[in-house]
Design a protein around this ligand. Structure first.
Ligand code: V55
Ligand code: FE
Length: 485
């Protein structure tokens, strides 16, 4: 018998799925573009077993990976658990052995020292494999077609780090996977490694530096020959782990920073620019260099935007201050200042889950997309942390300043979109957007396909699932040539 605690992260909008399976040919409404050929991979947290204790985090569920293979106007569905070391140990035991989110002190002693990762944050095809990532553990390797798990990799010994960030960026010019690893030498530590892995899986760049305080380095970006890392005051300390409180707290006494460094450096030239005290940036849309300036485009809020990681001093969560607005943070490398030069608003609609045409990562670009919040719209579904909020898909044209939106209707919510270029040579933004639209009233999810630069007209096709998927985190498209053996 399975008893999940009734504490709001396993019920209603966050009802678990825990289902592995295949559907050969999904029912389609509309027309799937005939030229669309490849696979969309995405992942959500989905605990295999009830937690050892109530009060855990949504972020702690085992990764459930979904592949939508699109070919010849048809879409098939495949879903498998990312079989991490944690998943296997617990599967063998028949119950949970690992405790609270990022707190090894709450684990069964039998799993001491094992990787605690859930591989639940992002999935990406690279170097012939599907990588499944969680920022507290190494990179998990899965078969890109069968979704069977190979296990953790250290890239043939070239990357002996305990952690691997979940938001790698691919540099289109070199094909390199660029990524960060934080707290790789131990929990709560300030050490960070930046690295690049080439198309053949070899580590070709590596830099080590320290972040000003232990923090959640969840995302970063390349900006031409530089990297940019936003630091928001999500921190922690040993007392948190000892008292089994949520792993991160928001400490407004700490400055927020933007870290900037050359990609070919050893880490010694890392510069930390302070910006608005207390402000928070979790996900990056894009970044690029312009003369001596680096621009970082990211949704920014005035306080921490994640309600389940509380204020350090107990200040109540204020949804208005936590509202994330697409902003451009600019630093000037030619200045001696340790402050950012400016923060300007880029878009009107508040939102999160920013995406671009990924071929533009680290370069000047025009098109961005986000899930935005149409708070004035009605919502008919059950309660839940994101219910009635993440209801609109918005295209930002950063050249014209225009925003175009599609509201998903009163019954549901939208998951993070992903851009699909029409073909490898297509111009920026020429292609489609896919996003899961979850119907919380009827309990179905549809994979919706949009014309990327005309989202307002709504989906051109919907692939209809017989179930509702759980709120996910991130995913990526792999074109057909990347799926070939
Ligand atoms: C995030 C998500 C995570 C995590 C840390 O969105 C940060 C931010 C899904 O897991 O562990
Ligand atoms: Fe993320």
């Amino acid at each position: 018998m399975v008893h999940f605690p009734q504490d709001g992260i396993y019920q209603d909008v966050l009802r678990l799925v825990r289902l592995e399976g295949d559907i050969g040919d999904l029912e389609i409404e509309g027309d799937v573009p005939a030229e669309m050929d490849g696979a969309f991979y995405r992942v959500h947290p989905d605990p295999q077993f009830a937690p050892r204790k109530a009060g855990d985090q949504f972020f702690n569920g085992d990764g459930m990976v979904t592949m939508f293979r699109v070919h010849d106007g048809k879409i098939s569905f495949r879903q498998r658990y990312a079989k991490t070391d944690k998943w296997k140990l617990e599967n063998e035991a028949g119950h949970a052995l690992f405790g609270s989110y990022r707190n090894p002190l709450t684990d069964d002693p039998s799993v001491k020292g094992a990787y605690r990762g859930t591989a639940n944050t992002n999935v990406l095809v690279f170097n012939d494999k599907l990588l499944a990532m969680k920022e507290d553990s190494p990179c998990l390797v899965m078969d890109k077609l069968s979704l069977e798990t190979d296990g953790y990799t250290d890239f043939s010994g070239e990357l002996p780090l305990r952690t691997f960030g979940a938001h790698p960026k691919i540099d289109a010019a070199t094909g390199n996977l660029c990524n960060i690893s934080y707290a790789s030498k131990g929990d709560l530590s300030r050490d960070v490694t930046y690295f690049e892995i080439d198309r053949d899986g070899h580590v070709v760049a590596r830099a080590e530096f320290e972040v000003p305080y232990y923090t959640m380095l969840h995302d970063f970006c390349i900006a031409n020959d530089y990297i940019v890392i936003p630091v928001s005051p999500y921190s922690s300390d040993m007392s948190v782990l000892e008292q089994d409180r949520p792993h991160f707290y928001y400490d407004r006494a700490l400055p927020s920073y933007i870290g900037v460094m050359r990609r070919d450096s050893d880490g010694s030239d890392m510069r930390w620019f302070k910006h608005e005290p207390g402000s928070c940036s979790c996900h990056v849309m894009n970044a690029f260099k312009e003369g001596s300036k680096i621009h970082l485009d990211t949704p920014v809020s005035k306080i921490g935007s994640l309600p389940f990681f509380p204020d350090k001093d107990g200040a109540p969560f204020d949804p208005a201050l936590a509202m994330t607005e697409l902003s451009r943070i600019t630093v000037d490398l030619s200045s001696n200042s340790d402050e950012v030069e400016s923060i300007t608003r880029l878009g009107d609609a508040p939102g999160e889950f920013p995406r671009i045409d990924d071929r533009m990562a680290g370069k000047p670009y025009r098109h961005g997309w986000m899930i935005t919040y149409s708070l004035e719209k009605p919502y008919n579904g059950p309660p839940g942390p994101f219910a009635g909020v993440i209801n609109t898909l918005t295209h930002f044209d950063l050249e014209t300043g225009q925003e175009q939106s599609w509201w998903c209707g009163p019954d549901g919510s939208i998951q993070e979109p992903c851009f699909i270029p029409r073909n490898a040579d297509a111009a920026e933004g020429d292609g489609w957007l896919v996003a899961l639209v979850d119907d919380h009233v009827h309990n179905y999810s549809d994979l919706c396909i949009f014309d990327a630069c005309d989202v307002a007209k709504g989906p051109v096709a919907r692939a209809k699932l017989p179930i509702r998927l759980r709120q996910g985190l991130h995913g990526n498209w792999a074109a057909a040539d990347m799926l070939a053996a």
